[in-house]
Design a protein around this ligand. Sequence first.
Ligand code: G3H
Ligand code: ZN
Length: 283
Amino acid sequence: PLVSMKDMLNKALEEKYAVGQFNINNLEWTQAILGAAEEEKSPVILGVSEGAARHMGGFNTVVKMVEGLLIDMNITVPVAIHLDHGSSFEKCKAALDAGFTSVMIDGSHHPIDENIEMTKQVVEYAHAKGASVEAEVGTVGGQEDDVIGGIQYADLNECVRIVKETGIDTLAPALGSVHGPYHGEPNLGFKEMEEIRDAVNLPLVLHGGTGIPTHDIQKSISLGTSKINVNTENQIAFAKVVREVLAAKPDAYDPRSFIVPGRDAIKATVIGKIKEFGSSNKA
Ligand code: G3H
Ligand code: ZN
């Protein structure tokens, strides 16, 4: 069933595992992720960036596609459709009006007072619809769609303020993670993560899940991280297999002959992440 992230993440925080947010790009991506979650009996969050939503036709198309797959695939695990890195109140509102059950309002590139102001507006609108809200403080490095940025660690006082003043359901404090592959090992701010966890008492989100080693994943979960976002790793898995299939069969033209192996690669990657995050059999 379609649900918000609220109960999912509070349960994860309590029982010390993380729910994966896996970004979707199209039908096959969504099939792969839903299939993996159902097989693992795991809750799952479908992340949809503004660019990916545009690519798929729009927020309404995304919701109808996911709703259709939930029925046709007999999905029984909890599923959230979540706007990833929403850039404005208007974008969040449009996603929520289309039926998204969760949104991230990413005001992290604005001064903190503006970030709080836009987040507050989104919370009011989303909560009235029973949807959940994620906000970000500090900035994640690397590039995702239209959002480019350098790393800036989250400030503890700003984290406390945004939680108290807006009523968000979950907070993404940027602590050294990066969108896209890491160059060398990531350098996550675990001390800061612990301080923020103790001060805000909310499930935390870790962006830039691609390429974070298992020991850092485990440590993050032990310090209050309840949601981990993964995007690039699935893209790499898909592209690698499709390249291999097309190289082996240069005359192939039925799209299913190379998209299906790519879809299977995404599913296998997601199953691996779900196991690593400890959310198997938590549905
Ligand atoms: O919001 C999405 C993520 O933070 C994805 O990061 O592409 O490095 O896995 P990633
Ligand atoms: Zn992100």
